[in-house]
Design a binder for this molecule. Structure first.
Ligand SMILES: Nc1ncnc2c1ncn2[C@@H]1O[C@H](COP(=O)(O)OP(=O)(O)O)[C@@H](O)[C@H]1O
Ligand SMILES: [Mg+2]
Length: 249
């Protein structure tokens, strides 16, 4: 992608001595540039520009990248570059202990400026709306804590979270992004049902969460996403996620 950035983002970069010459592979919602040991993130859609911007400052407290400068109007951030190039997908290390550790940490963060989960999802079926009505203790949610948003820092060998949405709501929701990944292998598993049921049981135990709520969110998240493209690999997992939802009822 080589479209010029908005003038105000260019001015923000310039004011922080950040030349926009090296662009990393595009993410789903952002453009990322690197200069030495810093990156500049320009989110171009949705909640990443607003609640995600504020949540990045929260995430700093639990190992997220250090933030050197922010431009609130565009949601742009200049942050620490995490070296190593490995994520929870590519590191080859077991993913559950790392996810569980990070999920425990994020729950403790302040929910100030977070986007309520109710506002994130519209047009849910009644059983989805019932999850909102029965959420007793809303917490900070990273909201997208999946394998590619957990980077292995080669200096410390620690996994570090990036790219929060900054939602507030049911703690069970945090498991969703993890359970629908890694996307390049998950839809092709012949044991997707048993594998995912096992994951839900272990996560619910470790995080003291209701497995039925985890399963319900995991089904809802993909099945009722109006923006999910017809060719999306996630379409393949939806029927199994629906069976899993019924399994835990
Ligand atoms: N602080 C960082 N250090 C190193 N790489 C990063 C950093 N932030 C983002 N990246 C790289 O850029 C990709 C996209 O960034 P991300 O913040 O996840 O944006 P998106 O919202 O588009 O997913 C990441 O998956 C990662 O490979
Ligand atoms: Mg990301």
């Amino acid at each position: 992608m080589s479209q010029p950035l908005p003038a105000e983002v260019q001015a923000f970069a310039q004011a922080n001595d950040f030349p926009l010459t090296q662009e990393l592979d595009p993410g789903y919602c952002s453009r990322i540039f690197r200069h030495g040991d810093r990156i500049l993130k320009f989110p171009f859609q949705g909640e990443e520009q607003t609640s995600g911007f504020h949540a990045a400052y929260q995430l700093e407290q639990i190992g997220g990248p250090k933030i050197y400068a922010g431009h609130e109007q565009t949601g742009s951030l200049i942050m620490e570059f995490i070296p190593g190039g490995m994520s929870l997908t590519t590191s080859g290390q077991p993913d559950e202990p790392t996810f569980i550790h990070l999920a425990r940490q994020v729950q403790k963060l302040s929910t100030e400026n977070c986007l309520p989960l109710e506002n994130y999802y519209q047009n849910l079926p009644d059983f989805g709306k019932a999850l909102f009505a029965t959420t007793t203790n809303p917490v900070f949610l990273h909201g997208d804590l999946h394998h590619s948003n957990i980077l292995l820092d080669e200096r410390t060998n620690e996994f570090r979270p990036i790219d929060p949405k900054g939602l507030v709501g049911d703690a069970a929701f945090e498991c969703v992004a993890f359970l629908r990944n890694p996307i390049d292998t998950l839809p092709f598993r012949e044991d997707l049902f048993e594998f995912t049921v096992g994951r839900i049981e272990r996560l619910s135990q470790a995080l003291t969460l209701d497995p039925a709520r985890i399963a319900a969110w995991t089904y809802i998240d993909r099945a009722f996403d109006p923006d999910l493209e017809p060719s999306s690999p996630w379409r393949k997992v939806i029927p199994t996620f629906e069976r899993i939802y019924h399994h835990f009822l």
